[in-house]
Every structure is written in C-alpha cells, then in structure tokens.
Design a protein around this ligand. Structure first.
Ligand code: NAD
Length: 294
C-alpha cells in the first residue's frame, strides 16, 4: 500500500511492470528473470503463438526446479501468473519499462521502437537488448531519448548475473539509476558501460570467437582449442560460446560490423554461415551447432 501511495504522489519510480518485445531466447529469459522476482511481465512477439512459445520456456525452467525440489508447484504457478502474453502494444500503457529483444536488425528494432513508444507513459523507460548496435543510433527512433537506454542481458539469462547498462549521450541519469535498481532487483550485477559498438562484452567475446576460428583454420584441433579456453579461466571455449549465443546471431553481428564500419569481412565466418544456412545448425537453441545437444 505504501508503494502505491508513493507512486500516486510521484515519488516511487521502481519498476513493477515490464513489457518485453520479442519472446525468443533472450526475451523469454528476461521474462523468467523478472517474473520470478514478482515483477509483472507483458510478453509480445509477432504473433500470440510465438509469445506463448516464449512463456513455455519459463514453464520448462520452472518444471525442472520442481523436479529438483528448488520450487513448489504453487510458487511456480505464481511466477507463471506474472507473465501475460499480449498481441497489441496497447497493453504496454501499464509498463514502467519496456525492453525490446527482437532480432539484431537495425531496421526491425527501429520500427518496433517507433511503434511501441506511442503507447508508453511519459515516465516509462524504453530499453534495447542489442548486442552490438550503438544505443545513440537506436534512440533516434525514440520520442524521448532521455528515457532510452541499453540493457544488455546475457544468455542463458536465468544463469548469467551480469547485465550491461549502456548510457547514450542523451540518456538521463535518472533513467540510468532506475535501471541500476531494476537490474539489482533481479538479483543481477549491473555494470554501466560506454556506448561503443559491442559495448564491453560483445567486443571481447567476438574477438575470442574470431580468434578461436582462426586457430582452427591454422590447424589447431578443436578439442585442444576448447580445453585451452577453459583452462585459461574462460567459462567455455570459443566454439561452445558461439553455440550458446546462436550461430545465426554470431554471423549476423560479424556481417553488420563489416557493413557499418568497413572492417574487413573475415573468411573464417564462412564456415559459420555454412553451418547456419546449409546445415541448419544454429547452435544450442536448435540442439546442434558446432556441438550436438541431444
Ligand atoms: P531470437 O531470434 O531468439 O528472438 C528474436 C524474437 O524476436 C523472435 O521470437 C522473433 O519472432 C521476434 N521478433 C522479430 N521481429 C519482431 C517484431 N517486429 N515484433 C515482435 N517480435 C519480433 O533472438 P535472441 O537471441 O533472443 O536475440 C534478441 C536480441 O537480443 C538481439 O538484439 C540480440 O543481439 C540480443 N542478444 C542476444 C544474445 C544471445 O546470446 N543470443 C545475448 C545478448 C543479447
């Protein structure tokens, strides 16, 4: 009741209801993370069926928790009730924060941002989960750049604690602070990074993957490469990380950087394209990439 009163008086800026656009790997993971902390989530995709598929992801994780004895059936029911699939942006009027997690295509993100903002409250925040696209560029689609920010979660969201917060030039400090509080409320660790292409993590991990692919091209055995990565303290070898991110996204990011910056296209990515386009091996989410996931 105190929170509602504070809200009515305009002094409570906590995030209690979020909208998520794109119920794929990341959107559904973010929905799980928020719903399990009691935050109401409105989940939208290109169709209601796709949004339902995203919610099923949460259901699968929660059922595993019941089997392991980590959650009870009634707790699980409560978390699932926090996620509502929606088919129009009208419902997003209730949101304190909206996170777009659609495909990594600048034009699609731009269109989604322009469409949704017409329905948002003036004090609502709008965030992009982009892996690489500079936030200042995306914010030109927003009517309120001061409320536009980057919130970069990592996959799998239910396990990864780090979240990059990207402040563009016009993002207000209030928006940054509210996002820091939101990320902390999810039990995750926020770091505020510069609005560079790839921010911090994508720059570092893209290099890790690219150099790993070069090692293989130069004749290093894949098993040796992967083991060396782990022995040196990385969470996974470069091929396993590429599989976890999604080989389609890895290819797309490399292509986008090449187009935007003129940075040389690396031929090592031809093998990743072959896996995706000819063999339909898009990584862990598809059950097969460099590795197989039975
Ligand atoms: P994904 O392909 O699994 O999901 C994208 C979803 O967006 C799909 O369900 C698609 O139907 C939906 N979509 C496309 N156009 C839409 C529209 N106009 N309206 C509503 N929904 C739409 O992709 P993903 O791996 O979840 O990546 C999503 C975003 O998160 C990308 O920007 C990506 O760069 C970023 N990201 C990905 C990872 C990763 O490890 N995969 C990590 C961090 C950030």
């Amino acid at each position: 009741r105190q929170k509602i009163k504070a809200r009515r008086e305009g002094v409570d800026h906590s995030i209690q209801c979020i909208g998520i656009i794109g119920a794929g790997l990341m959107g559904s993971g973010i929905a799980y993370a928020a719903a399990s902390k009691g935050i109401r989530v409105l989940l939208k995709d290109i169709s209601l069926e796709k949004a339902h598929q995203g919610k099923s992801y949460t259901e699968r994780i929660l059922k595993k928790r019941i089997v392991k004895g980590e959650s009870t059936a009634s707790e699980v029911e409560g978390i699932l009730e926090n996620i509502q699939t929606v088919s129009t942006y009208e419902d997003f009027k209730a949101c304190d924060l909206v996170i777009e997690a659609v495909v990594e295509e600048r034009s699609v993100k731009g269109q989604v941002i322009q469409e949704v903002q017409q329905y948002l409250r003036k004090d609502a925040l709008l965030a992009s989960n982009t892996s690489t696209l500079p936030i200042a560029g995306l914010s030109t689609n927003s009517l309120q750049p001061k409320n536009f920010i980057g919130l970069h979660f990592f996959s799998p969201v239910e396990k990864m604690t780090l979240v990059e917060i990207i402040k563009a030039k016009e993002t207000s400090l209030e928006c940054v602070h509210r996002c820091i509080d939101f990320v902390k409320s999810l039990g995750k660790l926020p770091i505020v990074v510069r609005d560079n292409r790839g921010f911090y993590t994508s720059r570092v991990f893209s290099t890790y993957i690219t150099e790993g692919l070069y090692c293989i091209l130069e004749g290093v055995r894949p098993a040796l490469l992967e083991n060396a990565g782990e022995i040196s303290g990385m969470p996974m070898g470069p091929l396993e990380i590429a599989d976890a991110v999604g080989l389609d996204l890895v290819c797309h990011i490399h292509q986008q950087v090449h187009q935007d910056t003129g940075e040389e296209y690396s031929e090592v990515y031809d093998v990743v394209r072959l896996l995706v386009e000819d063999l339909d091996r898009t990584g862990k989410k598809a059950g097969k990439g460099f590795y197989e996931y039975p």
